[in-house]
Design a protein around this ligand. Structure first.
Ligand code: FES
Length: 106
């Protein structure tokens, strides 16, 4: 199981032994990590699963498609590290990945 670290805006860190084949969002929710609302349940339609992927993990986490780009475009706190965690599929390759969570989901 790849171990992924999610760090809340307040610095609280959560290590998750993630299940492959599921999204990062689903793994975070299943493990009770606060800071991801996931209002649409992973349909790439709400933007409330926003996260910032540490730069060294960006490439391995994949590339946002047009729909994810459109959703991210509505986030005023978007940065070059922004992804929607429901669109990141957990693979063994992501073992050790670190993502940070925004101050608010909106
Ligand atoms: S859970 Fe709604 S966009 Fe990711």
């Amino acid at each position: 199981m790849p171990r992924i670290t999610l760090i809340e805006h307040n610095g609280a860190s959560h290590e998750v032994d993630a299940e492959t084949g599921k999204s990062l969002m689903q793994n975070a929710v299943d493990n009770g990590v606060p800071g991801i609302d996931a209002d649409c349940g992973g349909a790439c339609a709400c933007g409330t699963c926003h996260c910032f992927v540490e730069s060294e993990w960006l490439e391995k986490s994949g590339t946002a498609d047009a729909m994810e780009e459109a959703m991210l475009g509505m986030r005023p706190d978007r940065t070059d590290l922004s992804r929607l965690s429901c669109q990141i599929e957990v693979t063994e390759e992501l073992d050790g990945m670190v993502v940070r969570l925004p101050e608010f989901q909106m």
